[in-house]
Design a protein around this ligand. Structure first.
Ligand SMILES: [Mg+2]
Length: 244
């Protein structure tokens, strides 16, 4: 049986799926350092790694692309991906003090999450492995804003475009009557916009990550914001009336 509070909360009909890096926070360099350290150890790579962009990709996808650039074959990647995942989380945990010192919450984010919490189901849609997402948002003091049980992570699927249906299925299994049309993905890269499209959700792009306004505009999001600082502007983009 559901409690009255649960029943009230199930009346929420909008699911907002937040990307993390470049959208809610920035500056988690300890994450990429831990990632590369674990990759070097598990796959016996040398100290020099070829550079590539992490933005908008899932952790397993980044690992696979980077390893492929170093001629590691897919069979070996598949065989050692779980070991890499475990070591990455350990390496990241060991950098907790650094993470606390360097992580920054982007402008408007805290007030916005607070404002939306009673009005929407807020969850995460991120390429991060779940444990990495948890470490970042715990360090930023933002974890409590999200329903982790209806979020979707890079540890759920290597392809970001598969993540909206996973989050929606989880929300439905918790009793929320939410359709793709009432789902919004907020992110800072064209990959976030593409995954919203793939899942039938709306896409809000925010130019606080590594893609500027013009680059995001090319991917044709439903709304494009310079940042999340103007709460009224974000509510309008989310199609939420301030009276809701
Ligand atoms: Mg991002």
């Amino acid at each position: 049986m559901f409690s009255p509070l649960q029943i009230l909360s199930m009346a929420k009909t909008k699911l907002v799926l937040w990307d993390i890096d470049g959208t809610l926070i920035r500056g988690a360099r300890s994450a990429s350092q831990a990632f590369l350290a674990a990759l070097r150890t598990v796959f016996a790579l040398g100290p020099e790694l070829k550079g590539m962009s992490f933005a908008g990709k899932t952790d397993a996808q980044i690992a696979r692309e980077l390893l492929s650039n170093h001629d590691v074959d897919n069979g070996l990647i598949d065989a050692r991906l779980d070991a890499f995942h475990m070591l990455y989380v350990q390496e990241f945990q060991q950098r907790a003090a650094q993470l606390h010192a360097e992580i920054q919450i982007l402008p408007g984010v805290q007030a916005l999450l607070q404002l939306l919490q009673p009005r929407t189901v807020q969850a995460l849609l991120t390429g991060n492995f779940e444990a990495g997402a948890r470490l970042k948002l715990d360090a930023a003091g933002l974890s409590h804003f999200f329903m982790w049980e209806c979020s979707a992570f890079g540890s759920d699927h290597e392809q970001r475009n598969q993540l909206v249906p996973i989050a929606l299925e989880r929300a439905r299994s918790l009793g929320y009557a939410i359709s793709p049309a009432n789902t919004v993905v907020v992110g800072d890269t064209p990959f976030d916009i593409a995954c919203a499209r793939a899942g039938g959700a709306r896409a809000i792009a925010v130019a606080t990550g590594s893609f500027d306004h013009a680059a995001l505009a090319q991917a044709e999001p439903d709304a494009l914001l310079d940042n999340l600082a103007d709460l009224q502007q974000v509510l309008a983009a989310l199609e939420i009336s301030s009276a809701d």
